[in-house]
Write a protein of this length. Structure first.
Ligand code: 5GP
Ligand code: ZN
Length: 111
């Protein structure tokens, strides 16, 4: 999608600090990290959020989460995955993304 920020990062039109890439998934560091490890994991195919996510994409994202967590050294200590959806979910970029947060003990409160 031409006016989508994350599509532009995936296409290399806007620089992103890439941590992972395969044929379906792209991952890069959040520009405003909320934890020592804060990676955004996105499908290469544009879709707005989880409401538009198909099973194949969900599986590819899950596999990437596991691989990135290991690569970032948080698989054993633990981490959090969040996907904000829509207005009340405070989604600010309308390209499906999963936040992977870790590297410190995260607060119990989620909202
Ligand atoms: P949301 O609020 O939609 O769940 O998350 C969007 C995330 O994208 C935010 O955490 C924000 O910091 C991140 N973000 C916004 N613009 C950019 C950018 O240009 N580059 C990167 N790497 N992250 C961005
Ligand atoms: Zn997009």
């Amino acid at each position: 999608m031409s006016d989508c920020l994350f599509c532009k990062i995936i296409a290399g039109e806007i620089p992103g600090n890439v941590v992972f890439e395969n044929d379906k998934v792209f991952a890069f560091r959040d520009i405003n990290p909320q934890a020592p490890v804060h990676v955004l994991i996105v499908p290469k195919k544009h879709m707005a959020n989880v409401l538009e996510c198909d099973g194949e994409t969900a599986a590819a994202l899950t596999d990437a989460i596991r691989e990135i967590a290991a690569k970032e050294g948080v698989a054993e200590s633990g981490f959090r995955v969040i996907s904000n959806c829509g207005h009340d979910g405070a989604q600010s970029v309308n390209h499906l993304h999963v936040h992977l947060l870790g590297g410190r003990a995260l607060p119990e409160r989620m909202g």
